[in-house]
Design a protein around this ligand. Sequence first.
Ligand code: MEV
Length: 322
Amino acid sequence: MFSSRNRAIGKAHSKLILIGEHAVVYGHPAIALPFPTLTVTCAIEEADSGIHLDSKLYSGPIDQIPKRLKGLAICIHKTIQEIGKHHNGLLLKIESMIPIGRGLGSSAAIAVAIVRSLFQYFNCELSDEKLRELVNIAEIYAHGNPSGIDMESVCCDEPIWFERGKGIASVAIRSSFYLVVADTGRAGDTRSAVGSIKHKLDKSPIQTKQSIDRIGQYTLDARNALIQGNLVQLGLLLNLAQTELEKLGVSDHGINHLVNIARNAGALGAKLTGGGRGGCIIALAENCVQAREISEQLNQNGAKRTWSFKVEETQQFQSITS
Ligand code: MEV
């Protein structure tokens, strides 16, 4: 990040949920990872008057922003109000590499980049707490009932253990591994996916709760597998979580197809990541050669695109926040 008198840039990266999505909305833990390959930047320049956005999503005055993006406009207004400094006009230029609606945290990352750039522009210090408070405004608008995991994971540069209302802790990873991310090419809608599970819970509470609880248990087991460096066990748990996500109705034919391709190509485990119903899958690979083979198979069999990256080992066991 840098700033001068009339220009500033704020950045954020995307995220991946390793395991625990959806169950995390109901108080179970989830494990998320930063996905630094895909980033978003917000560059601010002085404008003659008003506040304007320049982005692929929308370009124009923020007071005329489309309804689905209104959360961003509210977040910008609240941030400027919070900073409390005068300006004549602002132009916010957003450039994002994060595909929208793919479970990669694009909405949270855009909001983080915006808030960071505004504080930078006005030369004000931004606390972690204030950043989360302001980004949450946009997230509530975008997702309805967000657990907060997207916001936390795009703010953090290391893997996190997240529990709603309890904050985050670091995750110990004994053996490094590779993840292949594959995009179905279709945007999912987290808000409606979360809503569909709520509906299912009202209609068939016993089976739905059972699936949610199982995902919670697999997440606890996954943390142990990471601590022990047991990648085979971790892969098995990713597969088990995918089975429950399918039962919950948030997977779909396209996701299941890519999950099967990844498993047949040698992945230790594969599942959807994020809200589902479109979006991306992740596949676990032991090494770089295996990751390349899985990527190739996914690319040849329907993935719109793939990315693979190494998750490094960590040795941290202490709580980051509470
Ligand atoms: C979306 O990335 C994760 C969900 O669990 C929703 C949430 O936790 O807010 C599906």
